[in-house]
Design a protein around this ligand. Structure first.
Ligand code: ZN
Length: 375
C-alpha cells in the first residue's frame, strides 16, 4: 500500500499554482479513490483566463456522489500559491530532520495525502454513511471553486472538516476576509489655482482619518477567542495624483478588514458608506465610491459541538481559532459543525520554508481513519 509520504511526494511533484489547471491533482486523487472502490464526480468550470478547473466529489463504495444531503465532508483545495523562481526544489520533495519540504507540503497537499492514505486503509464496511471527500480549485485566489460549489447547491453537508495546516489542532473559529476598493474623485487644476480644482487627495485624507476612527470603534466589539479579539482593518495601498503641480483629480485606496464571527461581512462596508455620505454633507464637492471586492464572513462552531470534542480527543489537542482565511467562511452558513484541521504549521506556508512534520502526517492519518469509520 502506498504510504502517506509517497502520496505527498507525488502530489508535490505536480505543478499546481492557481493559474494552471488543477486536473492533474484531481486525477491523482481520483485514481487512488477509485482503486479503493469509491465513486467520483467531476464538476468542471472555466476560470477567467478560460483554463479548465475542476471541483471534485467522491463517495465511498455503495454510496452516490450525486447525493446532496450528506453527513461528513473532508474537504481541501488543490491549488498552491506560486513559488519563487529561484526555489529550485519547490516541486522536488526533500526529507530532512523529520520534515518533508516542498511547495504545498503543508498547504495543503499534506492533508490530502493523509485523506488518501486513511481512506485506502479503511475497511469499506466500516466507513460511515454520508461521508464525502471534496476537492476544490482556486482557493488561494479567493475560494473561487468553493463558491462555485455553494452556488451550484450540489452539496449540503451536516459536518465539514476543511484541511489547512493547524498543527493538528481543531480550529473551530476564524475571522472573515473582506476587501473593497475606494475611489475618491476630484477635479484637476493648475496647482497655482487650487480654487479651480478639487483635490481628491485632501478628500481621501479626510475619509481615511474617519476610517481610522471607525477602526478604533470596531475594537470595542470583542470575541475573546481571537488575538486580536476584534475586527481589524487596514488600508494597504493608496494611489493618487499625476504630478506635483497638478491638483489631483483621482485617489484610490484598498481597504481590507477581517470581521470576527457573528459580525456581518457587510457591517464595515455599511459604516464606510455612511462615512462617505456624512463627509459629502460637510465638504463641498466631496465624491467617493466604495466597491466591494470580497465579502467573506467569519465562522464559529460552538466549543461543545460533537465534531470539535471528537477531534480534540483524537488529536489530544485543544481547539483553537485561526487568523487566516479559509473555505470555512464559504460553507459556514451551510453546515451545522465546521472545523479546520490538518498537519503542518501555516507559518511555514507561502514561503520556501514550507514543510510538514512526518509525525503529524502519521498522526493525521490515524485521526482521519478514526473519524471516517464506525467505532
Ligand atoms: Zn490552504
Amino acid at each position: 500500500m502506498t504510504t502517506v509520504i509517497e502520496h505527498l511526494s507525488h502530489l508535490i511533484r505536480i505543478p499546481s499554482n492557481s493559474a494552471v489547471s488543477n486536473r492533474p491533482v484531481v486525477e491523482y486523487a481520483a485514481r487512488v479513490l477509485q482503486a479503493a472502490g469509491w465513486s467520483t464526480r467531476e464538476l468542471p468550470y472555466h476560470d477567467s483566463a478560460n483554463v479548465e478547473k475542476v471541483n471534485f466529489i467522491a463517495a465511498p463504495p455503495g454510496q452516490s456522489a450525486e447525493q446532496r444531503d450528506v453527513d461528513l465532508v473532508l474537504m481541501c483545495h488543490t491549488d498552491t500559491v506560486p513559488y519563487a523562481a529561484d526555489w529550485a526544489d519547490a516541486l522536488n520533495p526533500i526529507l530532512s530532520n523529520g520534515q518533508l519540504h516542498g511547495c504545498g507540503s503543508c498547504d495543503v497537499k499534506g492533508f490530502l495525502a493523509c485523506v488518501l492514505t486513511a481512506v485506502s486503509a479503511a475497511e469499506p464496511a466500516k466507513i460511515i454513511d454520508g461521508l464525502r471527500i471534496v476537492l476544490t480549485a482556486e482557493e488561494e485566489i479567493g475560494c473561487i471553486g468553493a463558491s462555485h460549489l455553494v452556488a451550484g447547491n450540489v452539496l449540503r453537508p451536516r459536518r465539514i472538516v476543511i484541511g489547512e495546516p493547524t498543527s493538528l489542532h481543531p480550529a473551530r473559529a476564524g475571522k472573515g476576509y473582506c476587501l473593497a476598493e475606494v475611489t475618491v474623485t476630484g477635479k484637476e487644476a493648475h496647482s497655482a489655482h487650487p480654487e479651480q480644482g478639487v483635490s481628491a487627495i485632501f478628500h481621501a485624507a479626510r475619509l481615511i482619518a474617519a476610517i481610522e476612527s471607525l477602526a478604533a470603534r470596531l475594537a470595542e466589539e470583542k470575541n475573546s477567542f481571537f488575538h486580536p479579539a476584534w475586527t481589524t482593518l487596514n488600508i494597504g495601498t493608496i494611489h493618487g495624483g499625476t504630478a506635483k503641480n497638478i491638483v489631483p483629480g483621482l485617489c484610490t485606496f484598498e481597504l481590507e478588514w477581517r470581521p470576527i464571527p457573528g459580525q456581518s461581512a457587510d457591517a464595515v462596508l455599511e459604516s464606510v458608506t455612511t462615512l462617505v455620505t456624512e463627509l459629502a454633507g460637510v465638504h463641498q464637492n466631496f465624491h467617493a465610491e466604495v466597491h466591494p471586492l470580497r465579502q467573506q464572513p467569519g465562522f464559529e462552531t460552538p466549543a461543545d459541538a460533537p465534531l470539535v470534542r471528537t477531534v480534540e480527543s483524537l488529536s489530544e489537542r485543544p481547539a483553537v481559532s485561526i487568523p487566516f482565511g479559509s473555505e470555512a467562511s464559504i460553507f459556514s452558513t451551510l453546515a451545522e459543525e465546521i472545523i479546520v484541521f490538518g498537519p503542518g504549521n501555516m507559518r511555514t506556508a507561502h514561503s520556501r520554508r514550507e514543510c510538514v512534520p512526518l509525525a503529524e502526517l502519521d498522526a493525521a492519518v490515524s485521526i482521519l481513519g478514526n473519524l471516517i469509520q464506525e467505532r
